[in-house]
Every structure is written in C-alpha cells, then in structure tokens.
Ligand binder design. Sequence first.
Ligand code: COA
Length: 273
Amino acid sequence: MAKHVRIKPLESFEDFEKLLHIQRVVWKHEDLDLTPVHQFAVSSRMGAILLGAFVGPELAGFVYSFPAVFKGESCQHSHLLAVLPEFRGYGLGKALKWAQREEAVKRGYRFVTWTYDPLQTRNANLNLQALGAVSRTYFPNFYGLTPALCLGPGIPTDRMLIEWSIRDRRVKSRFEGKARKPVFDDAALPKAQARKPGGEDPFHRPGRPNLRLDDEVVLVEVPRDIKALAGRPDLIAEWQTGLRRTMTAYFGRGYVAEHFIFGDSSFYVLKKG
Ligand SMILES: CC(C)(COP(=O)(O)OP(=O)(O)OC[C@H]1O[C@@H](n2cnc3c(N)ncnc32)[C@H](O)[C@@H]1OP(=O)(O)O)[C@@H](O)C(=O)NCCC(=O)NCCS
C-alpha cells in the first residue's frame, strides 16, 4: 500500500463513532448487535486495549480487547478485529494484532485470548499460522442462536478459544519473521476427519470422524471456503457437527490445535499435548 499506515490508540468519541461504521460494513450487523460507543468509552478508560489502523487520515480497521481472567490469571480477551474490505490483504490485520500484543506485554500480561468460528479458514490461518496462537478448547453454540453470528439459519455459533502466549518463543519468532513455515505431508498423515470421496467442488460431505487415533500428529479437515456453502446450510451443519465431535474428543484427550494447513484441502493440525 502506497499510503502511510499508523497504528494508534482510539480515545475520542469521533473515533468510537467510526467503529460503528466499520462494524456495520464488516459484519453487516443490525444496530442491536453492534458494540456501542459507550462500551468503547468506558472500557478504553478502564483497561481495555483499543487500537486503530489509519491509512493516511482514514480509519481502516481496529482491534479491541478488554481485561479478563483466563485459568485464574489476568489476561486481555480480544473481542473485535476488523479491517474494511478495501484495505484487506495489506497486512493491517496482522499489524493490529502485533500492536495489541506489544501493548499487552507492556501492561504485564502473558496471555491474550479470543474466540473465532473454526469453520472460518482464513481466521484459522491468521490465528494459528501467522500469529502463532494455539487452541485446546471447543465451545458448542458459544453465543446461542444469535442470527448475526450464525453461519446459516439455525446453525449454532460454535467457537474455538484461542490462547495467545504473547511472551513465548513460538509467538516472538513469528513477530520477528524468523519462524520457519512447518511442512506437513497432508496426504500421509492420519485424519480424524476428512471429506467423503467423490462430491463436486466445493460441495463435499464430511466422512465419519475417527475418534480413536493415537498418533503424535492428527489432521482434521474443514472446507476451504465455508462461504461457498452459503446456499447449503445442511452441508455447513454436517461439517460443524463433525468438527465439534472431533475437536471435543481430541481436546478432551489432551491434543492441541497448533497449526493450520490452508490449501485446496484445508486441515487443522492437532498435536498430542
Ligand atoms: C481478519 C481480517 C481482520 C484480516 O485483515 P487483513 O488486513 O486482510 O489481514 P492481513 O493482510 O494482515 O493478513 C493476515 C493473515 O490473514 C490470513 N489471510 C489473509 N488473507 C488470506 C487468504 N486469502 N487466504 C488465507 N489466509 C489469509 C493469513 O494468515 C494472513 O497472514 P499471512 O499473510 O502471513 O499468511 C479481515 O479479513 C476482516 O476484517 N475480516 C472480517 C472480520 C473478522 O473475521 N475478524 C476476525 C475474527 S477472529
């Protein structure tokens, strides 16, 4: 991007108002589902981290986290990350997350957490690959059947909890651009869930999960682009049900989602904890 990018704290009502616009554009939320100005106002004075990415004079995206408790320890829980569509793919999302990390480290935290829909593969790639976070917790229907947050009518709002150990070497090396991209042989590795053979792209069905594998590394397939299944809520529900069963079983046995393979076939990479 030719224009100058700056990441800085958002503190004025004028900026908070702009966050309503960004939420409407990015998530197409009704007013009832927006995080309101008064929430940004109170929490940013009371320990939240609220940062904006400016491209020239324009607010192109933001990240918002608030103080929370994770396993008995104070952390920041990141609730919103958004970049306007015309500014995507230039690194702003990552820049916002790294700035959030820097501020959280400065304030003495060890963890930033957040949840995301595990069928959103780009987010999986951002969280597990680009940022070096991990997940070991699956929440079925985390937000209830809030229509704005569902992948389709009546589809539960399943989420995975992200743990970002912001002082760990795994995360630091990604920040410094020193992490080697791990290579996984997805054809050879055992799969706890995979598409059924046949089926026309992108409308594959998931096969029956295999919940008994005991290997060090296990793959779990998800559709590459869940949005391409928008007209097929039955298929979305099938993949979600399979993923829920698989992740719940393997997380319950101590496996951790550590990597994501984003390809024509996309997989979570689970490692024995
Ligand atoms: C998620 C979002 C903030 C990313 O913003 P962005 O400025 O486009 O992100 P970046 O350019 O910094 O890319 C960040 C990472 O996202 C992932 N990503 C971005 N585009 C991708 C693509 N086409 N395919 C796969 N991964 C992609 C990659 O991991 C990428 O890192 P990499 O370049 O090192 O591989 C933006 O897409 C958005 O606002 N989405 C809607 C809201 C949302 O999903 N919020 C996050 C909830 S967890």
